[in-house]
Design a protein around this ligand. Structure first.
Ligand code: RUB
Length: 328
């Protein structure tokens, strides 16, 4: 297997490549490399098997962001109806390029659409680092609508620092706050704006741990909560009632190893995502327009074309990418 593929997979695992959108595009890039550099037997069945093994490695990197699964499925669907190895390679490469182009277009549409939803003179609070949210904020700032941004640190991994540096580069006045200061500062805020790793069919949003607390504080202060999410963040699996798996990472990201070793009886937990129920979200900004969270199911059915029948691959998908390829 080309080392670039393994590098991408470990980059996703170690958070060098992070954020649901980037993860999806990186996975697609890895499938593209696998296709371009395929040097196995010259028959279609062997190529499919090889691509399935690469998909398997990618799907096992991080469990929560459905963007990863949706991206891999989008590319693997290109194997449907092909008869030769050459046809398969061309088709996979076309699908990979299409996914990446669609994803970047979606981000730019979301910033355009989302910016219009921010009124002049606004103060925005954001959590973690989301390219989709940063895109909306930057555009709204350039259109003269944003006067200040509060960005949480986002413990333990401090993704908020990425948000701060990206916004500062664009000239946006941004103030970093500890996550625990969110409720204290909320009375100043006009909008909470965050990204999403997964949007469930009932409109619940899975995003960086702490998002649900931020939304709770916003609701208490009657501050609007906006979520910026490309359509490939919507999970078809939730249409058949599957729960979104929450990733737990190493306790050492939260507490230094020496401290943990000195206190062997203490258990340290590091859940890295949480679920914000639809009642705490005002709108989701997608490339198709602004929707109430309750309309998430329409994105899955009307825009992405999922039906209950077509979600036949859902069972055991993360365990068995080969099965996924077979179904394509
Ligand atoms: C990142 C995170 C982001 C979403 C959306 O978590 O929760 O808010 O992925 O990001 P992590 P984007 O750092 O653990 O990957 O809008 O860039 O897709």
């Amino acid at each position: 297997m080309p080392s670039r593929i393994l590098q991408i997979a470990s980059g996703i695992k170690d958070l060098k490549i992070r954020g649901a959108g980037r993860i999806a595009r990186a996975a697609v890039e890895a499938l593209k490399i696998a296709t371009l550099e395929y040097s196995g037997p010259r028959d279609l069945a062997s190529f499919r098997k090889y691509l399935a093994s690469v998909a398997g490695i990618l799907l096992h990197t991080r469990p929560t962001a459905v963007s990863l699964l949706n991206a891999v499925v989008f590319v693997l669907k290109a194997l449907r109806g092909v008869n030769t190895l050459n046809e398969a390679r061309d088709s996979v490469l076309r699908a990979a390029d299409e996914f990446i182009a669609n994803s970047l277009n979606a981000l730019s549409r979301i910033s355009e659409i989302g910016s219009k939803r921010i009124k002049e003179g606004s103060i925005i609070l954001t959590h973690c680092h989301s390219s989709a949210a940063v895109g909306v904020i930057t555009r709204a700032f350039k259109e003269g609508r944003v006067v200040k941004v509060y960005s949480t640190e986002t413990r333990p991994f401090m993704q908020g620092r990425i948000t701060v540096s990206q916004l500062l580069k664009q000239g946006v006045p941004v103030i970093q706050i500890p996550d625990s200061a969110v409720r204290y500062i909320m009375h100043e805020v006009d909008y909470v704006l965050v990204g999403a790793d997964t949007v469930a069919s009932n409109g619940a949003v899975v995003n960086k741990i702490g998002t649900s607390q931020v939304a709770l504080a916003a609701k208490e202060s009657r501050v609007r909560v906006y979520v910026a999410a490309e359509s490939y963040k919507f999970s078809p699996l939730t249409l058949v009632g599957e729960l979104v798996k929450i990733e737990y990472r190493s306790p050492e990201e939260v507490t230094p190893r020496e401290w943990i070793e000195k206190h062997p009886k203490v258990k340290v937990l590091n859940p890295v995502f949480d679920v914000t129920p639809p009642e705490y979200i005002d709108v989701i900004i997608t490339e198709y327009g602004v929707i109430p969270p309750q309309a998430a199911i329409l994105i899955l059915i009307d825009k992405l074309g999922w039906t209950l029948e077509s979600i036949k691959y859902s069972e055991g998908i993360f365990e068995d990418a080969e099965k996924l390829v077979e179904l394509m």
